[in-house]
Design a protein around this ligand. Sequence first.
Ligand code: IVH
Length: 666
Amino acid sequence: MTKAEAKERIEKLKKLIDKYRYQYHVLNKLEISEEALDSLKHELKKMEDEFPDLVTADSPTQRVAGKPLEKFKKIRHQTKMMSLEDVFSEEEFSEWLARVKKLAPRDLPVRQAGKFEFYAEPKFDGLALSIVYEDGILDYAATRGDGEVGEDVTQNVRTIESVPLSIGAKGRVEARGEAIITKKNFELINREQKKKSAQAYANTRNLAAGSLRQLDPNITASRRLDFFAYDLSGVEFKNHSEEHKALRDLGFKTGGDLEGICKKSEEVFEHYKKIAERREKLPYNIDGIVVSVDSNDLFKKLGVVGKAPRGAIAFKFAPKETTTKVEDIIIQVGRTGALTPVAILKPVEIGGVTVSRATLHNEDEIKRLGVKIGDSVIVGRAGDVIPDIRKVLKELRTGHEREFHMPKHCPVCKKPVEKKEGEVQVKCVNKLCPARHREGLYHFVSRKAFNIDGLGPKILDAFLDNGLTQDASDIFELKEGDIAPLERFGEKSAENLVEAIKNAKKIVLARFIYALGILHVGEETAIDLAEHFGNLDKLAEASKENLESIPNVGGVMAESVYGWFRDERNKNFLKKLLKYVEIENPKKKKPGKLAGKTFVFTGEMESMSRDEAKAKVRALGGDPSETVSKNTDYVVTGENPGSKYARAQKLGVKIIDEKEFLKMIK
Ligand code: IVH
């Protein structure tokens, strides 16, 4: 990026961050997540680091945190209370470490021994406190304030049960740490606030801060704050780890089994992952880990840059939402011929996974978002899994963004595409389109179809590209000798794959029908068809009327199934395929307690997954379905129900919650 471009971007980032700052801190509402806002601040900080002369006094990075309020007595800290630089990935952590190694004085013993050990501990999400003891007696406690001058909150801190009022130490000793509030107390207090029609606290950090800055210590006491110590001064220690031990010996609470020495970066990464996994279950909020060089001597010699010591870093957890750039929009052709626009993103970590593409679904979605190629966007992962674009940050546009239009021709087979009246999806209708064929093959071996272990898209691509498979049935003809010469294969892995293919030859009827990839026949319909007809021949011969008489099978579906079994190419394929596979037909079903009842699920249930719920319905003779119609008997709603809920209301279908559903299946 040129300096002029950087300048433009920095200016826009500053404006945008300021807009959201105002929304959040003044108006008490935020259009985007705090994480997305952090991501913008992080980008700004990085750009300012690269071009330091572009830093201005009004930049959000120059904001001095928490100017002391007038109502509290001011206290000047004996040594400044600093803050930490953030990193969000192993890569950024390694950059920090490289800097530490470069700047470590050559004559330092740890440097000479090449032994850089670290102390890793949780980064508590609360409010920093300095607590000073004189000859063992708590003298005063102060908030961080602007780092130099804080507020005297002694009376309030005295109400925190985990803060010792006296310790076994002579002279002046200062403990620093974080005052926090547990998630449980946060819920309780917000419930009380609601009852009083008072404003709810946005998060545990705000509540901890609000509780400490109360003029009435009784209020602070009622909030039941907690305190974790992470720093001790007034006594000299060789290592940060010894300091932590001394804190515990003096009666302070520290990070417990969430902290410890890490001998190298790999151990830091392991520690980080372990803590990230435990994060949700902890009684209080943490937002990462703090990693310091364990040697206090090295820590001191490394010095300070800006407001932060060089010898420690906040290694923050990957956010669930972040910002990035749309580098391109490409088209994917699916098994059914649907053309799906996909955003190619500048790779970012979201919730610990690197995300580099996000589906844009269709042209309507692109219009709704207003996304263009080159845009800065907020991305998250829907249901914590599938990446999706949540918002376009139009304020950051440069004017070089490019509008995207759906192509008039299939990008793979070049045949004209079609869009039916009333449909949102543009389709390639060429049955011989290689892209559709390829996707059909992926579908054939997928988990809910033939479920062939170790056979995924990459390997299927290799088969196709090497001319090993014309259609899906060829998979069953493959020999070790065909596979072993392919890239990334060896004899052993080829042998394993051939074995897995052999094991997949036996398949239940419903899965077989699903694997065929008949348009409009999903997993549920495949099960319905299998149960209704009992074997493949009957299904293949079924008339349209016969098909349509099955509950949940509509006209379009019946047409599609009927047509599929009468297509010459399909007939040949089936004939070939049946030479290899052995279909297990369903047993006659005993009528169960839910016989004849259809269920549609929407939203997340607490006690089971949707697949489990459907299996339960099926086991009791009922019929799970994906679409709500007037023939649906029950719509079962969980957390965050989708559009099916509204549709059920509109059609007057009976809506029940998880509890009622559980009663029915008991
Ligand atoms: S060490 C040099 N350790 O994170 C500052 N800080 O931006 C010494 N924090 O203001 C900080 N948990 O309030 C340290 N285990 C921990 C921490 C921690 C939370 C907070 C602290 C500080 C901020 C750093």
